[in-house]
Design a protein around this ligand. Structure first.
Ligand code: GLP
Length: 242
């Protein structure tokens, strides 16, 4: 596990975007895994800059996102697909048909949807670099604290702490969907390289548990201690309890 500490969230973004740019240079048709939330935004801004300046070419890349709310289609402004289009995909040259966000259409056969998503990732050779954020309770994607580590992409139910944290994107807390589709812990752990970004002292407890605590599904991010190529990119606040 590599830990890198930066002065600011923007500095994290610059360094994380460089990791994606160098992956794309080495393997133009790579698979990149992306995350939503506020923390990845500086990374996405820098990826757009690297594209505009001609350094990174995403034309052969395939992307997979970690999760999606159940209840919204991809055109809904609160959907994660929409978030990704607005904050990254509309501004770089990734092909529309190479963008994958698991579907959160209600009343689907979620088991089948999840299985098909994982199979698609595998059939294309697996994710080369996966970006992750972390929730206050140590969740990654939407894998909430639990008594077991989840397997593949599946339906999840959000905890009150996650609903509370995510309500800032909605008018009312009641508008936050209660369930989502999420890559499972096993799907995430299959990525060849993982970059976890975290900024702010409000994440310090979760980061400490993930990095120094026991490996337990009560802190889903703690499983990353077992990953052979994971980098935690933190600001001083997020690293303050290490
Ligand atoms: C949501 C997402 C996670 C993300 C988390 C933290 O729950 N499903 O993937 O890591 O929010 O978001 P933020 O970076 O805004 O704190």
């Amino acid at each position: 596990m590599n830990i890198r500490i930066f002065k600011s969230a923007d500095d994290i973004g610059k360094a994380a975007a460089m990791i994606f740019a160098s992956q794309v240079l080495q393997k133009p048709n790579c698979l990149l895994g992306f995350a939503t939330g506020s923390t990845p935004l500086p990374t996405y801004r820098q990826m757009i800059e690297l594209y505009k300046s001609g350094i990174a070419d995403y034309s052969s890349v395939t992307t997979f996102n970690l999760d999606e709310y159940i209840g919204f289609d991809g055109n809904h402004p609160q959907s994660y697909r929409y978030f990704m289009m607005q904050n990254l995909f509309n501004h770089i040259n990734v092909k529309q048909e190479n963008i994958n966000v698991v579907s959160g259409i209600p009343n689907s056969n979620f088991e089948e949807v999840g299985k098909a998503y994982d199979q698609k990732i595998e059939s294309l050779g697996g994710i080369d670099v996966q970006l992750l954020g972390i929730g206050h309770n140590g969740h990654v994607a939407f894998n909430e604290p639990s008594d077991h580590f989840s397997n593949g992409t599946h339906q999840v139910f959000l905890t009150n702490s996650t609903i509370e944290a995510n309500k800032r994107f909605f008018e009312h807390a009641d508008d936050v969907p209660r369930s989502a589709m999420s890559m499972g812990i096993a799907s995430i752990m299959k990525a060849r390289n993982i970059v976890l970004v975290s900024a702010g002292s409000d994440k310090a407890t979760a980061i400490q548990a993930a990095v120094e605590g026991p490996i337990t599904p009560e802190c889903p991010a703690s499983i990353l201690q077992l990953h052979p190529s994971v980098t935690f990119m933190l600001d001083e606040g997020a690293a303050s309890k290490l």
